[in-house]
Design a protein around this ligand. Structure first.
Ligand code: ADP
Length: 319
């Protein structure tokens, strides 16, 4: 293993840069050549590839986004796309790939693996929707962003005695809502994994109002439906003025938290170590605070389990 390629694909996540830095520096430390592939799988199809050195990754550990840029690439899902990629891999003399991204990116990586390319994947997505790992890179940074927003909204919510819905990302996975809701002291959390009960939300608003509570924060994951409709229903049933804040792509950016940087650094380092010791077709993760690796197929087949116990705690603490 002498030449390693690294790419970032799919939705970007804060901490990707810290992982790229770790991949590049661990490769160079081990005297391997390291190539940066631009714009996800697109760069692998059109040869948008550059050799990296120690300074290529200087001054990026604290930056959100990805210096290699990211993109979606439909052609890569086709057999033609895979064949093009195999050709570029051969032309550039790439012996192994470190692939950073989410679930979709991992599926693309599996196709490469099945075609005989040595790959190791690093989980990067703010959604934390991958079942084989406790956390994904970028998740806790997104949670921090949401908690910061909730704190600000809570101030104005209190001043005006309003209810506020904060819509966060997470189409199928309510983890951002769950974690940020607990850390932000939200009164109600609405996630795709649990059947929503708007009447219960309304009861809480009324009970809170009766005991002199001025604010009411509802964190709602985007997958659950239209926040404005929920707000209207709450207003109709409680009479409480209800405002909606949709945080959107703010959650995808910003300087990564220390946890994301540390996890990214360890995972990037392990990815290269695995490739250099001829251990391929792996996905790196974190379980019980240990950096682990599992077979890519196993990672893709692991079902994400919602933390119901944590959800129950948020309910108890927001009575
Ligand atoms: P994420 O990695 O954040 O989940 P996407 O689902 O958009 O993001 O996937 C990123 C890229 O990975 C896609 O643009 C495509 O190139 C590749 N990809 C996604 N799903 C598949 C699949 N089922 N088979 C092959 N490649 C895929």
């Amino acid at each position: 293993m002498k030449t390693i390629g690294v790419l970032t694909s799919g939705g970007d996540a804060p901490g990707m840069n810290a992982a790229i830095r770790a991949v590049v520096r661990t490769s160079i430390y081990n005297k391997a050549r390291i190539l940066g592939i631009k714009q996800g799988y697109n760069g692998l199809l059109n040869g948008d590839i550059e050799e990296m050195n120690l300074s290529s990754v200087a001054d990026i550990i604290h930056r959100g986004g990805t210096m290699l840029r990211s993109a979606r690439c439909d052609e890569f899902k086709t057999e033609r796309g895979i064949n093009k990629a195999l050709n570029i891999i051969q032309v550039f003399g790439i012996d192994g790939l470190v692939i950073l991204g989410g679930d979709g990116t991992f599926r693309g990586a599996k196709n490469l693996k099945d075609a005989g390319v040595p790959v190791v994947c690093i989980p990067c997505t703010i959604d934390n929707d991958m079942g084989y790992t406790d956390y994904t890179i970028g998740f806790f940074t997104a949670v921090e962003t949401v908690v910061d927003a909730i704190s600000k909204i809570r101030d104005t919510s209190t001043s005006h005695g309003r209810a506020n819905i904060v819509e966060v990302m997470g189409r199928e996975c309510g983890d951002i809502a769950l974690y940020a809701g607990l850390a932000g002291g939200a009164e109600s959390i609405i996630v795709p994994e649990i059947e929503p009960d708007i009447d219960e939300v309304c009861r809480k608003i009324i009970q809170g109002r009766n005991r002199g509570k001025l604010h009411h924060i509802i964190v709602l994951a985007e997958g659950i439906g239209n926040a404005y409709q929920v707000a209207k229903e709450i207003e109709d049933k409680t009479g409480a003025e209800t405002r909606v804040t949709i945080l959107g792509h703010i959650q995808r950016g910003g300087t990564p938290t220390s946890f994301d940087r540390i996890m990214a650094s360890k995972m990037g380092n392990m990815a290269v170590e695995l490739l250099l010791s001829n251990q391929f077709g792996k996905a790196i993760g974190i379980k019980c605070n240990q950096i682990i690796n599992v077979d890519l197929d196993e990672a893709l087949n692991s079902e994400k389990v919602f933390d119901k116990q944590m959800y129950e705690i948020t309910k108890i603490l927001s009575i």
